[in-house]
Design a protein around this ligand. Structure first.
Ligand SMILES: [Zn+2]
Length: 98
């Protein structure tokens, strides 16, 4: 599921596609609480954000910062809503356990 979504969204300049009905007829629909561009599907009305690929990049960056022992609040600020504080703390715990 995860890999398939990545494949679907990783093409540069690819149109946003509704995750429910696969329609590409979507409208920009404000910004989510996490600061991401939201889209609304014209066909089924589903609201979604277009960012599994960005999330992967953000997580990779966040992980690097965790390994460099940068303070979590700083990472949260730098990631600017792309990664949740909770995820960073969880990942930090996992990395320390390794
Ligand atoms: Zn749809």
């Amino acid at each position: 599921m995860r890999a398939r979504e990545l494949g679907r969204f990783s093409g540069a300049g690819e149109r946003p596609r509704c995750p429910r009905c696969q329609s590409v007829v979507v409208w920009r629909c404000g910004i989510s609480r996490a600061g991401k561009q939201q889209y609304r599907c014209k066909g089924c009305g589903r609201v979604f954000v277009l960012s599994p690929y960005l999330d992967e990049l953000a997580k990779e960056l966040a992980e690097r910062m965790i390994k460099e022992k940068i303070a979590v609040p700083v990472i949260v600020r730098v990631m600017d809503g792309h990664i949740s504080r909770r995820w960073i703390y969880k990942r930090k715990g996992e990395l320390h356990a390794e």
